[in-house]
Design a protein around this ligand. Structure first.
Ligand code: ADP
Ligand code: MG
Length: 500
């Protein structure tokens, strides 16, 4: 895998695809400390509004399917269907999914999520016995279930794909299940009916995809989804795609995923209601004191500055006032940025002083506050910056430091965003419940052991997304001939991931 990653990285660098390599490099960060489940997540190619367009344009910066570890014969089958290069979400997700990792994915409609989860499913799935599928895709609607099944069939070779959903008779679906379906695409209601009839058992399902989890939640399917997940193998891989990764999706992650890697592509749409937004009127000179107050009250902050120079200077000034702050911007080498980010994730750095560009693609959960030290460029930048806090269903404080000459622009931006808060003098008197912020790795580990970690681990003492050593012999496009260590890796401790 190390070699494979090295080859991919080299290929991309050699072709001048620095940005892609950069984004992959960023994605190493959380994996180096996989225990930091609550502190660190993701990393995407780009979170700017352009990224969706990049996806559609199939930018030459993306790797090939083969470079992501997709076996040759699957690549050829995809090519026959006109699928030549991975879209951005596919480039982000496929390698991790092939390795058996749990994944949270968010990407806009039409960005190619079906193949992002579908290719790894087809490559890794084992052969099913009668009525015992090996992989399950949950879909909120029949139409989507049909679409997914037919998209998978288009390149799946001999792998058997079936779809079950309501509104049609049971007979055909029961017969199909009896003959054996490797990958079952199902709507939750019908699947539960078939389970009740003993037409299907999920005990051998070790790969699950929950597609459109947010829609599933809106349609009231989550209790059924939970009951279904409870029936699947305890050591399964769980992949979830959702338009938003907070609220219900975050609960699924909490309860059913194990050390998931999060991949987000496309425009970030933070929930503006989730955070407490404040606008403080300050003199230029009062800004640092206000910053110190917010950081020491809330515990952690990302502070946004307009320029690299300004970020360095502010970090120094905060340190002089006893705040453990570090700047992060494009003027620093990648290694240094990675180290700074990790220190922030670990809780060794309280305040990350960042430029907008440096903050793109960085997602750290449990950030208590965001401070707009310099005003954002526009309302979109405000949303991007503010979305760094109040993530994954947590609380967060967003403070804008507004100088007198910035009042007009700020009010204009507030109107565009529908924010009605008055611009007041600095005031932190209200309750600011700080989300718990992990300080060290050991805390994280004990947290997991103490039940905030995935439920499944406690069931049988096994790590669900960990060890597996099952290879299906013979049938379907397995791609084992390439020697890619995807499933075998699940037999090893996660430390293997640190080489990435
Ligand atoms: P989403 O689930 O993100 O809304 P889909 O997976 O349905 O999007 O994909 C949208 C369309 O893009 C589908 O018609 C699909 O066949 C096509 N598509 C997906 N990936 C690729 C690719 N790499 N190259 C070309 N077309 C693709
Ligand atoms: Mg879809």
């Amino acid at each position: 895998m190390v070699l494979h990653r090295a080859v991919v990285a080299f290929a991309c660098l050699a072709e001048g695809f620095g940005r892609w390599a950069d984004s992959r490099a960023s994605s190493l960060i959380p994996r180096k400390l996989p225990e930091l489940r609550f502190a660190s997540l993701t990393i995407s190619g780009a979170n700017d509004p352009q990224s969706a367009r990049h996806t559609r344009a199939r930018s030459p910066m993306s790797p090939t399917f083969a470079q992501l570890g997709v076996p040759e014969h699957v690549c050829r089958a995809l090519e026959r269907g006109g699928i030549l290069k991975p879209f951005e979400i596919q480039a982000a997700v496929i390698a991790d999914a092939l390795e058996g990792r749990d994944i949270c994915g968010r990407a806009p409609t039409g960005s190619g999520k079906t193949l992002a989860f579908g290719i790894p499913l087809v490559v890794n799935v084992d052969q099913a016995k009668a009525r015992r599928p090996r992989a399950l895709v949950l879909s909120p609607t029949r139409e989507l279930a049909d679409q997914i099944a037919s998209e998978l069939r288009s390149f799946a070779g001999q792998t058997k794909i079936g779809a079950v959903y309501g509104g049609v008779g049971y007979g055909v679906q029961q017969k199909q299940l009896q003959r054996g379906i490797d990958i079952l695409v199902a709507c939750p209601g019908r699947l539960e009916d078939l389970m009740a009839q003993n037409a299907v058992s999920l005990h051998e399902v070790d790969q699950v995809v929950i597609d459109e989890a947010d829609r599933m939640a809106d349609m009231g399917f989550l209790p059924a989804v939970r009951r279904i997940l409870d029936q699947t193998a305890t050591d399964r891989q769980t992949v979830m795609f959702s338009a938003t990764l907070d609220r219900d999706a975050a609960k699924i992650t909490r309860d059913y995923q194990h050390r998931p890697v999060t991949h987000e592509v496309g425009e970030v749409k933070p929930d503006i209601e989730a955070a407490d937004h404040r606008f403080w009127s300050v003199d230029k000179t009062e800004r640092i004191a206000a910053c110190v107050d917010v950081i020491s009250t809330t515990g952690s902050a990302i502070v946004f500055c307009r320029t690299r120079h300004g970020s360095d200077r502010l970090a120094r000034q905060l340190v002089q006032r006893g705040v453990n702050a570090s700047a992060i911007h494009g003027g620093h080498a990648q290694n240094r940025r990675r180290r700074t980010l990790q220190e922030f994730i670990d809780g060794r750095v309280q305040a990350l002083v960042a430029t907008d560009v440096a903050a793109r693609g960085i997602h750290v959960d449990s950030v208590a506050s965001v401070i707009h030290f310099d005003p954002p460029e526009d309302q979109k930048a405000y949303l991007h910056r503010s979305g760094r806090t109040a993530r994954a269903g947590q609380k967060g404080l967003v403070v804008s430091l507004v100088q007198s000459n910035q009042v007009g622009d700020t009010k204009h931006m507030q109107r565009q965003l529908g924010l009605k808060q008055p611009i007041t003098s600095p005031d932190l008197s209200d309750d600011h419940t700080v989300p718990p912020r992990p300080r060290k790795q050991s805390d994280q580990q004990s947290k997991s052991r103490n039940g905030q970690g995935p439920k499944r681990q406690s069931q049988d003492g096994r790590n669900r997304s960990g060890p597996k050593n099952k290879n299906r012999n013979g049938q379907g496009p397995k791609g084992q001939s390439q020697g890619r260590p995807h499933r075998q890796n699940r037999n090893k401790p996660r430390s293997g991931a640190s080489s990435r």
